[in-house]
Design a protein around this ligand. Structure first.
Ligand SMILES: C[S@@+](CC[C@H](N)C(=O)[O-])C[C@H]1O[C@@H](n2cnc3c(N)ncnc32)[C@H](O)[C@@H]1O
Length: 334
């Protein structure tokens, strides 16, 4: 009919468009090649990207101190690459690669480039390692505003805003563990061929030392809390006075850990810290704190993946702590 030939109004388009426009755009990023930028304000928890790997290989055997076994990586990648449609091959070949001076760029024609592309861009996919051409455009920061998770059920890597991101801001994630001092982070980032100049790496003098010390302290606080946080929570209430003293110390330590993380703005570790706060307060039977922080941990896990075992665990924990809190308030449990 005549009516169906008319272009749809924007409202109609909104109603029929199965996917909203992407919340990000790929643009040049000063000194970093291409980068990914927020198109609009992205509140914490916004899913920025979900992507299925275009190519995966089993993880290579890494000999300590011997660096990446590039010949093994190159040949595994090459074997998979050959089976891909040409559009996927072209997409992979557009990705950035870093090779160290002296590394052969053209051992076996362009195929060696594939190994370098893989080394520069690959991420874990649970048991394997894979290439995600869209996620691969995200640059690194040691104080990132986005984080990622591997969703084994959908076979997708999910990138989400780990804190609020403003329109126009560059979206960054982390390629390495962030609980390391700058010198150590630099060593680990060397394989990507850049020296990080993020906010945290640009600190100097006293401020740099404070940041380095905080990151080391966070790592040791997590380690200290690990034992008490990983074991079965519901049974291990502290009974003896020495146990109670230890449990109180752990609860205080967990709050200190949280303040260090907030000072460093390391949102990647918030969920783990919220869990530690919740569990250590359950140990001293402070049910209000335990419930509030378990719920915060649950909300963080939902951001990453609503159906993950971590999310389910935090939901159950929150429920059981709230039950205890209600009993304490004399409202009885369900
Ligand atoms: C996974 S790619 C990221 C996307 C890349 N910028 C591009 O143009 O495709 C990794 C490469 O990006 C660059 N890069 C990533 N983070 C950076 C940073 N914080 N500072 C400078 N360069 C960075 C480095 O060249 C690195 O080898």
């Amino acid at each position: 009919s005549q009516q169906s030939c008319k272009p749809p109004s924007s409202l109609e388009l909104q109603n029929i468009c199965p996917f909203p426009p992407e919340p990000y755009i790929v643009l040049p990023s000063k000194g970093k090649g291409l980068g990914v930028f927020a198109r609009t304000n992205l509140p914490a928890g916004t899913i920025i990207l979900r992507e299925t790997p275009i190519l995966t290989i089993p993880p290579p055997i890494i000999k300590k101190g011997a660096g990446y076994p590039m010949p093994a990586i190159s040949s595994a990648v090459r074997a998979e690459f050959r089976n891909l449609p040409s559009s996927s091959q072209s997409e992979i070949l557009t990705l950035h690669h870093h090779a160290f001076p002296g590394e052969p760029e053209k051992g076996e024609g362009w195929t060696d480039i594939l190994g370098y592309i893989f080394r520069t861009n690959a991420y874990n996919t649970g048991t394997n390692i894979g290439l995600f051409p869209r996620i691969a455009r995200i640059n690194h920061s040691c104080r990132p505003n986005a984080a990622y998770t591997w969703n084994a059920r959908s076979g997708q890597r999910i990138v989400y805003a780990s804190r609020a991101i403003e329109a126009g801001e560059e979206i960054s994630d982390s390629y390495i563990s962030l609980l390391l001092p700058r010198a150590e982070r630099r060593k680990r980032l060397a394989r990507y061929g850049f020296e990080c100049t993020c906010e945290a790496c640009s600190l100097a003098g006293k401020k740099l030392k404070e940041s380095d010390d905080r990151r080391m302290e966070i790592a040791s606080a997590f380690k200290m809390l690990e034992d008490s946080v990983q074991s079965n929570l519901t049974v291990a209430f502290s009974t003896s006075s020495s146990q109670m003293k230890e449990a109180r110390l752990a609860a205080n330590q967990s709050m200190h850990l949280l303040s260090l993380l907030e000072r460093e703005q390391l949102a990647d570790y918030y969920a783990k810290a919220y869990r530690a706060v919740a569990v250590s307060h359950a140990r001293v039977q402070d049910w209000e704190m335990a419930s509030v922080w378990a719920n915060k941990g649950f909300e963080r896990r939902v951001m990453e993946d609503p159906g993950s075992s971590w999310t389910v665990e935090m939901a159950e924990m929150t429920r059981s702590f709230i039950e205890e809190w209600k009993k304490e308030l004399g409202q009885g449990g369900d």
